[in-house]
Each structure stands twice: as C-alpha cells, then as structure tokens.
Design a protein around this ligand. Structure first.
Ligand code: SF4
Length: 437
C-alpha cells in the first residue's frame, strides 16, 4: 500500500530550493543571456553536445557554446517540448527519433526562441565530439542543412574492449592538432594559446574534485543528497557551459559546503516539498529521467522515502568518480581521455561493472532502470544489464519506461504502480533476510 504523503496546495505551488539550486538557475539564465546577446556583442557561437564537450577549448577561441540537448531539457521542464515534437513529426521525423532532436527541430521551425524569450543566434560552427551515440551525427547533419555553417568532427573511438589505450589518445590528439584547433582558429579569428587552455583545465579539475565529493556523500546514511533528481541540478554547470570557469569553481565550492552542512546535521536531501523524511530505500538508477513530468516523477520516489544514491545519468557528461580529472600538465591528452571515458562511450560490460560497483559501494537496496523510449544509446542492452547486475549483487532490480521530453510517453499510474511493487519487493527481501538471520 502506498505511504505517499499528500502535498499541501502551498507546497505544490512553492517549490523548495536550496541556495545552490538558486545559484545554479541564475548561472544558466546568465548563459542564455550571453548566448542570445551574441548578435549584438559580436561573439561567435559554437553548437556542441554535452557528452564529450570541449568547453575549455571552445573558450580558448572566445566562442560561446550552445548545447541543443540542454535546450531540449529546458523545453521539457517548461512543457513546451510536446508541441515542438509534434511539429518535427509534421515535418517528417519519425516517432522513433530521439525526442531531444525533435524538440530542437520543432523549436527551430517555430521561431527558435530561447528560454529567456529571445531568439537563439545561428551557430558559426557545429563542433561534434562524437562519443558513442550515432544520433549526434544525424542531428548535426540536420543542423548543418539548416544553418549552412561549418562542421568539425572529433572522432572518439568506442571503448569496445573496456579500456583506453595510448593509441586511442594519440589518434585523438592528432585530430585536435591537425583538424579541430586549426579550424577553430580560422572560424574564430583567435590564435590558439595552450597556456590559456591550461588555466581553464586547472579550474575544471578543481570543480570536478568538489562535484565528486558531493556525489560521494551519498555513501552516508541518510544520504544528504539525491544523486539523480538533485544530481541533475548539480551537473548542470559542469556538463554545460561552465566547466573551466571561475563561476563553476565558486559554484561547486559552495555546493560542497552546503551538502557538508546537511551531512553534519544528519539531514536527507532537499526535495521540491522541503526536506525528505525518513530514508527507507536506497536506489541506484540507470538511464535519463523524464523531464516533462520531472517533479511528479521525483515525488514518486521521495514520497515513499526512496533516495537515489548513485546514477549513471549524472556521468553522461563526464565520469569523474573513478579518478579522472582534466589536467593542465597534459592538456590535449586529457581532453581526449575525457571524451573517451564519458558514459555514452562505454561498452555494456563497463556499464554493468559501474552499476554493480555503485550498488555495493553505496549500499543500495536495488537497481532501477528508467528506459527511455527514444534514446537507443542508453536503452540498448538495458534488460541484459539488469539481469547481470541482479545476478552479481543478488539485489532486486526493476524496470520502468518513459521518455525524455515527449509528454505522450509518461504514464504516471503505470510508473507509480511499478515503483510501489518494487518497494514492496525490497521490504519482502528484508523481512526474509531478517528471518534467516
Ligand atoms: S544519447 Fe540518447 S538522448 Fe542523447 S542524443 Fe543520443 S539518443 Fe538522443
């Protein structure tokens, strides 16, 4: 039976936010202002994707980055993506296409308006650091047709054998030196300065250190953070336009202090309804969230006392918890290693190892997979992953389905039922374990 707490009308209207969330929101808003001001300021714009983004390099050429996935997420959260997806389908994009792509294409067709109400500038360059998802390539082909601008591709070899080899790094550094940097110099009119890159990378490493600390506080009981729903706020600046900046260093330092304080006070995560109550279930989640019903989805967890202690999605723009940091001492090599190691570039056995490791290290009760209808990059092989993780850990796993930004594929009743049955299953296992002990 559900033990969900009812939300009061006042709480439903006023979303609780901690100070770091407000700071994060202000940073994202400032970035959209900078981006949409580009035609007035004369700044050139580089469109690129979150996994494998080369923000530090982009900044070396005074380019402002525009991330189409982040725009789609914003449209999902604001509930405007549904109409954009329909618009893209009207133009001829099939139902199965990634809905980030359709939200983007539909938004462009409907005037290309940014969340601050101003028009997005056309990009001067499309920089594709290809990291495992074929859709990235097809998406930029569509944008190239639309904008008739230059395209640069950095090819990242897939980690099929589960490891980064010196040859792979060398191959990528060569592309950076002979293709990516010379083209960015020409398009921007700015000469590349490797010391400037080193300075940015130093700042990246600092922010990465603090982010890892924050995510690893979830090893404590109760966890002071939710590493999936809350984690999405935490990764925003570093996966977006801020990695390598002083703003990111300040944000992650502040976030770390804020989370440490919650930890010292023995508090659980902040939710949209305020502090979470008693921590009853600890989960690892695989797969992206649904954004059109984000708060409703989150409430299905915290309303039942479930906290997510680790997730693969918060590693999609960089895996830092196994030790990788951007390095000013080997700047181009570390950009290559970063691209190679992002989650979308990892093989299925690597993903299984990672999830198994999370279940054990974070003392989770089980694994939950949110399978995204239109994201093949995450969804392919998830059932196999689920069985393998269950086999290795002996902990129960469950599977729910939704979509990223297409509201037609969020069935609240179905997901809630499955989650409630899953929590019951965890309870039964606990009771059985106690009986044996
Ligand atoms: S990883 Fe998934 S959501 Fe991202 S572009 Fe590829 S298919 Fe779309």
């Amino acid at each position: 039976m559900s033990t969900t707490k009812p939300i009061s009308t006042a709480a439903a209207k006023d979303v609780e936010k901690d100070a770091s969330m407000r700071q994060q929101k202000a940073m994202m808003a400032a970035h959209y202002d900078r981006l949409t001001a580009a035609p007035r300021t004369g700044a050139k714009v580089c469109a690129t994707f979150v996994p494998g983004n080369l923000n530090e390099l982009i900044m070396c050429f005074d380019l402002v980055n525009n991330l189409p996935e982040v725009n789609a997420i914003q449209n999902g959260l604001r509930r405007t993506s549904g109409n954009f997806v329909l618009e893209a389908e009207k133009i001829g994009h099939s139902e199965d296409v990634c809905t980030y792509v359709k939200s983007d294409i539909g938004m462009i067709a409907k005037g290309n308006i940014a969340p601050n109400g101003e028009k997005f500038p056309d990009p001067d360059v499309l920089l594709l650091s290809y990291t495992g998802c074929f859709t990235f390539m097809k998406w930029f082909e569509l944008l190239r047709e639309q904008y008739k601008c230059e395209t640069i591709m950095l090819h990242t070899p897939y980690l099929g054998d589960g490891k980064i080899t010196p040859n792979m790094v060398e191959y990528m550094v060569k592309q950076l030196k002979t293709e990516v940097i010379p083209k960015l110099e020409r398009i921007s009119g700015v000469k590349f300065d490797i010391d400037r890159l080193r300075e940015y990378l130093k700042k990246s490493a600092k922010a990465e250190e603090d982010l890892v600390h924050v995510l690893q506080t979830a090893k404590h009981r109760p966890s002071p953070i939710d590493a999936y729903f809350g984690g999405i706020y935490y990764i925003g600046p570093i996966f977006g336009a801020f990695r390598g900046t002083e703003d990111a260093v300040a944000y992650y330092k502040f976030l770390r202090e804020e989370v440490d304080e919650r930890l010292a006070q023995g508090k659980g995560p902040v939710t949209p309804d305020g502090d979470m109550g008693e921590e009853k279930y600890r989960l690892v989640v695989e797969g992206p969230p649904n954004y059109t019903n984000f708060r409703q989805f989150w409430k299905m967890f915290y309303g039942e006392g479930a906290v997510v202690v680790a997730s693969s999605y918060t590693k999609v723009g960089g895996v830092y918890d196994f030790g990788f940091r951007h390095s000013p001492d080997k700047p181009l090599e570390s950009l290559a290693e970063y691209c190679l190691s992002v989650y979308t570039n990892r093989s299925l056995p690597m993903r299984i190892d990672m999830l198994t490791n999370y279940l054990e290290e974070y003392q989770a009760d089980g694994l939950l997979i949110n399978s995204i209808k239109s994201c093949n990059s995450f969804s392919a092989g998830q059932l196999l992953m689920m069985r393998e993780v269950e086999k290795r850990t002996g902990k129960p796993a469950a599977f729910v389905e939704s979509d990223l930004v297409d509201p037609r594929y969020f069935s609240a009743a179905n997901i809630k039922n499955r989650l409630e049955s899953y929590f019951q299953m965890i309870e039964q296992r606990r009771t059985a374990a106690r009986a044996v002990a």
